[in-house]
Design a protein around this ligand. Structure first.
Ligand code: MN
Ligand code: MN
Length: 327
């Protein structure tokens, strides 16, 4: 039996199916899924958000979606631990990149991203996105959490709850401050994992703690171990609708050097995979992988890491979508 993926490949025949083709051929889409324009055909949309106009330091994440698409050709179907293919559970497609017609105006960027995600939410589609800098998660949450606050599992070296930078409240160090202020995330059901690195002020860390978020600094992560952190995350979010936001700078720059704000002493890739796999069965309603900056990624490994994290999150979202839809 063919799945959505197989039916929708451009040249869809048994002999010519991108999943069965050599992975070095074809036009890059996320995970080699079909490029989809009809939202009625989709359960899970893979979306690129090529915007890095809100970084506080090194730019480059605008090139993230293209690099992740290219690297994601290395992904396959059946997860070697979960033993299922997300493409057998859900209709998954690449809907292309968010269109920005006024990329130099931050407020307009927020509106344009939000509006395009609203189209996905209205069509009852689960979004899985590739950034872009982390500022893009705020407008995504505005669409995803429009009806009710969501729980948040946030992996990052930084809490991203700073108030402003250089006079702007819309930047990649503030998405979760804005989301908290607007009631898009429930701070009591928010966990921030992998936090580290010196700051000029402790304001962001303080805000997260004052709001009741669970902040797992890297030293505590190492001491507790992945299994304990998984338990805590699961207990915290419960059965509430939960969003996963993964900033690749949460990983150690040994594994993910291609990012704008690297901090040494971070999460390893195997820990990240274990952490994500420990989130099976939660009521997951969307996710993103952000801050992959190809100009700092000469080996391409950060893009591969980003693509793999996306695939891992895709498996979680596909299973959650089937499980929670049937309840
Ligand atoms: Mn971040
Ligand atoms: Mn970060």
């Amino acid at each position: 039996m063919t799945n959505f993926y197989e039916r929708n490949s451009t040249l869809s025949t048994d002999q010519n199916n991108p999943m069965k083709e050599p992975r070095f051929v074809g036009i890059p889409t996320f995970m080699r899924t079909p490029l989809v324009t009809d939202l009625n055909e989709l359960d899970i949309a893979l979306v690129g958000v090529p915007y890095d106009g809100a970084v506080t330091n090194r730019p480059g994440a605008r090139h993230g979606p293209q690099a992740i698409r290219a690297a994601s050709a290395l992904m396959r179907s059946i997860h070697h631990v979960h033993k299922f293919s997300p493409y057998d559970l859900c209709r998954v497609g690449d809907v292309g990149d968010i269109k920005l017609s006024r990329m130099y105006e931050h407020e307009e960027v927020v509106k344009e991203i939000e509006q395009q995600y609203q189209c996905l939410i209205r069509a009852n589609i689960t979004p899985l996105s590739a950034g872009g800098d982390h500022s893009v998660t705020y407008p995504i949450l505005k669409a995803v959490a429009a009806e009710r606050p969501v729980a948040l599992i946030h992996i990052d070296a930084h809490t991203d709850t700073w108030d402003e930078f250089s006079g702007s409240k819309f930047m990649h160090g503030s998405p979760f401050r804005r989301a908290c202020e607007e009631g898009l995330i429930d701070p009591n059901r928010t966990i921030q994992i992998g936090i580290r690195g010196a700051q000029e002020t402790s304001e962001g860390w303080d805000y997260s703690l004052q709001q009741g978020m669970r902040v797992v600094f890297m030293e505590e992560f190492t001491k507790l171990g992945v299994a304990h952190v998984i338990d805590e995350a699961r207990r915290l979010v419960g059965d509430q609708p939960t969003y996963i936001s993964f900033d690749v700078d949460g990983l150690d720059p040994v594994y993910a050097p291609g990012t704008g704000t690297p901090e040494i002493g971070g999460i390893t890739t195997i820990e990240a995979l274990e952490l994500l796999r420990g989130l099976r069965g939660l009521n997951l309603i969307g996710g993103d992988v952000v801050e992959v900056a190809p100009p700092f990624d000469p080996s391409g490994n950060t893009a591969l890491v980003g693509a793999t994290l996306m695939y891992e999150i895709l498996c979680l979202l596909a299973e959650a979508r089937v499980g929670f839809k049937n309840q």
